[in-house]
Design a protein around this ligand. Structure first.
Ligand code: SF4
Length: 735
């Protein structure tokens, strides 16, 4: 009551940053966030009392003076303030003109993993029902789309198979690769480290020796881009030594013989040659993993963001299946998802070009009938463009240097599982729209920042500038919003009610603690107003009403209702088929998500050469990623005191040997240059990576690392190959 007297609002809510899904109490007054306190542990399944620095102090952005507070319309190169009526009318007129002139498929929508499930559901509905375009996608494309493609082929669902606390926190063994867990998923890393202190084995394979590796029983430094090779090598050794789980393989999988044939040539000696991992380290790690009763396989973007990202993810899935570490407690395949709602908003809700909500195929007539019955409009039945393809489909934009659309580092046919039934491969790889046969003229971007997040941002900027019409719905005037014709001020996660789904498939509530500044509105309210002006009477009175439509149309969310979530604050894990279903803590206990219930080995080949191969001109391999204090393109954390105090600007890490050879001193400015572009950043001379590998974080506008990365995509998932770029580096002198 004291709080009430001082007009303080307390919201039991879910963190806005990473996919761990920590819950806490958020305190606010008016538009101001006052702070965070631990919530009742019954309500905090992923984190108990813990939060990391971002969850605890990362709220300055909410009441930042830079928040957008009114709609803005661009006129003669300047933005001017506009009323909501004028801005929405402008959008309706321009989208309608473009659709009349070029057809519905000249429009594209991108949605956001920073919006709620309900808002993402509405964003894809806006694209498919209101605009009738097949082109809808979101930033999942950039992080784990290769994981999703691989897991759908091997086990059936494109999601983490297990729980955070009861499984990741209690397992006997870990293989962690391509994940800077301590900085990117801090509370999860704390659980792992506690469990390792209690005796669990930790094996880390990674080109960078990050903090999580300090706790490892074994750390092996790999050459970037060679993951399929060492994963196949582990399987080679496990099969040769007879250490695999024969009972599991016989009873619960198929295509083992194909796997055996494929990994046969990957001898530990060959692996050492290709990956730099010594024979003894590879075999020791393989034995530790294979002989563990339970094991968790954790990975993030170091494994996925490659021109062969799907192959990498297939290989780790094959390894877990070979060892029988899926479908039981304390074990599982654990892709660590990035954004707080990338699993739900980015995947489950269907703002993706090949799937309607719940991973229902856009080419399946029964599914389309169901949506048509509900919406009165049949959703487009073709697979639309992925976000990474959209920027090559805008007329008048030159292809970039070195832009190799959908190349595969290893060539040859992609592994297929012709028998996939319920869990399916991503059909978008081969069919539907392609940038060559599509001309995009208008884009509607909800909370994404492609002018910083796309590879080769020179190209993305050109593409955004070439659009006939661009709407951006945002908190801030981002680099992307600067290209817009209309900018709409959106509400932050601290200002709205809805659900988000964390990395363990757990659907949890977010609640408002503060008022939105000025005239900012929720993404849901904006989309509903626009749909109304375009002739569709969306009459959702609340996010709960949107969830009613979601659970009606999306079988895996069939039993998810606000009544249940309000009553049961620890959320519900999908699949949750109906109102009596308790949710599914870990997947595949009895059957994998295929009609015959069996998992599939989908063997994954790799070439002997790392890709792309460094040259004399560009001798270093650049890799990218996050740091603890910042978040993605930085639009939130660069407005935070705590974050900016710790890491105020971009940097490049360089090994002392290389720095010495090039005459680079710690902290001095250097130029890093690739075939795409160049940036100037400070040098951090340190031994995190080997002498041939550089690292630049992804969070900054000045020294933006995506000026260096190129548009090369995994042909299956179209994820960009952010993790391997050939570069050179030079000192700039002292002045
Ligand atoms: Fe938020 Fe992730 Fe930190 Fe938890 S670990 S407080 S979810 S950023």
């Amino acid at each position: 009551s004291g709080a009430r007297k001082r007009n303080i609002r307390v919201a039991d809510t879910t963190c806005t940053y990473c996919g761990v899904g920590c819950r806490f109490e958020l305190y606010g007054r008016g538009e101001e966030v006052l702070g965070v306190r631990p919530a009742d542990p019954d309500q905090t399944p992923a984190n108990d009392f813990s939060t990391c620095v971002k969850g605890k102090f990362g709220y300055d952005y909410v009441d930042s003076d830079e928040r957008l507070t009114t709609p803005l319309i661009e006129e003669d190169g300047e933005f001017r303030e506009a009323s909501w009526d004028e801005a929405l009318d402008r959008i309706v007129d321009r989208l309608t003109d473009i659709r009349d002139e070029y057809g519905a498929d000249s429009l594209a929508v991108t949605s956001s993993s920073k919006a709620t499930n309900e808002e993402n559901f509405l964003a894809q509905k806006f694209a498919r029902q209101v605009l009738e375009t097949p082109h809808v996608d979101n930033c999942t494309r950039l992080c784990h789309s290769s994981t999703v493609a691989a897991l759908k082929q091997t086990v059936g669902y494109g999601a983490m198979t297990n729980r955070i606390n009861e499984d990741i926190g209690e397992t006997d063994c870990y293989l962690i690769t391509g994940s800077n867990t301590t900085e990117s998923h801090p509370v999860l890393a704390t659980r792992i480290v506690q469990n390792v202190r209690d005796g669990a084995d930790l094996v880390v394979f990674d080109p960078r020796k990050m903090t999580i590796a300090d706790h490892a029983d074994q750390y092996s430094r790999t050459k970037p881009g060679t993951d399929t090779v060492w994963l196949n090598g582990m399987m080679h050794h496990i099969i040769e030594e007879g250490l695999y789980d024969e009972g599991f393989v016989d009873e619960r999988t198929k295509h083992f013989d194909d796997l055996k044939d494929t990994v046969e040539p990957y001898t530990p000696e060959r692996v050492e040659e290709v990956t730099d991992v010594p024979v003894a380290e590879l075999t020791n790690a393989a034995e530790t993993i294979a002989t563990a009763d339970t094991c968790v396989y954790g990975w993030a973007m170091g494994l996925t963001q490659h021109a062969h990202g799907t192959r990498n993810a297939l290989a780790i899935a094959n390894l877990a299946l070979l060892c029988g570490h899926v479908g039981k407690p304390k074990s599982g395949l654990s892709p660590f998802r990035g954004q707080n709602n990338v699993q739900g908003g980015g995947g489950d809700m269907g703002p993706i070009p090949n799937n309607l909500p719940g991973y229902q195929d856009v080419t399946d007539d029964d599914v389309l009938d169901k949506f048509e019955d509900s919406w009165g409009v049949r959703p487009p039945d073709e697979v639309g463009l992925r976000v990474t393809e959209m920027f090559s489909a805008i007329p008048g934009v030159e292809e970039t240097v070195e832009g190799e659309q959908g190349t595969d580092a290893y060539g040859g046919d992609y592994p297929e599982d012709g028998e996939a039934e319920r869990g399916t491969d991503d059909p978008a790889a081969d069919e539907g729209y392609s940038p060559e046969n599509t001309d995009l003229h208008g884009m509607y971007i909800v909370g994404e920042n492609p002018a910083q997040s796309e590879p080769d941002i020179q190209h993305a900027e050109e593409a955004l500038a070439a659009l006939d019409f661009l709407v951006v719905q945002e908190l801030f005037m981002t680099e992307t919003a600067k290209h817009a014709d209309v900018v709409l001020p959106a509400a932050s996660m601290a200002e709205k009610y809805g659900t988000v789904t964390n990395t363990e498939r757990r659907i949890q509530l977010v609640r408002p603690a503060v008022e939105s500044p000025g005239e900012a509105q929720t993404d849901a309210a904006i989309l509903q107003a626009l749909a109304g002006r375009l002739g569709f009477d969306w009459d959702y009175e609340s996010p709960a009403a949107v969830m009613d439509e979601i659970n009606d149309l999306t079988p895996i969310y069939g039993g998810v209702t606000y009544d249940r979530l309000e009553e049961k604050e620890d959320g519900l894990q999908w699949p949750c088929w109906d109102e009596d279903h308790p949710g599914t803590p870990y997947l595949y206990e009895d059957a994998f998500n295929f009609d015959d219930g069996l998992a599939r080995f989908v063997p994954s080949e790799a070439a002997d050469e790392m890709h792309p191969v460094p040259t004399e001109e560009y001798p270093f391999t650049l890799t990218t990623g996050r740091v603890l204090y910042h978040w993605h393109t930085g639009s939130m954390t660069r407005r935070g005191n705590a974050s900016m105090k710790q890491v105020p600007e971009s940097f490049v890490t360089i090994h002392p040997e290389a720095a010495d050879r090039l005459g680079i001193a710690d902290d001095e400015y250097v130029r890093v240059e690739s075939r795409q572009g160049d940036i100037v950043v400070r040098a951090n001379v340190e031994e995190t990576s080997g002498p041939d590998v550089l690292f630049v974080p992804m969070h900054f506008i000045h020294g933006a690392v995506n000026r260096l990365t190129k548009e090369e995509f995994d042909p299956r998932s179209k994820i960009p190959a952010y993790k391997v770029t050939n570069v050179r580096v030079e000192p700039l002198g002292t002045e």
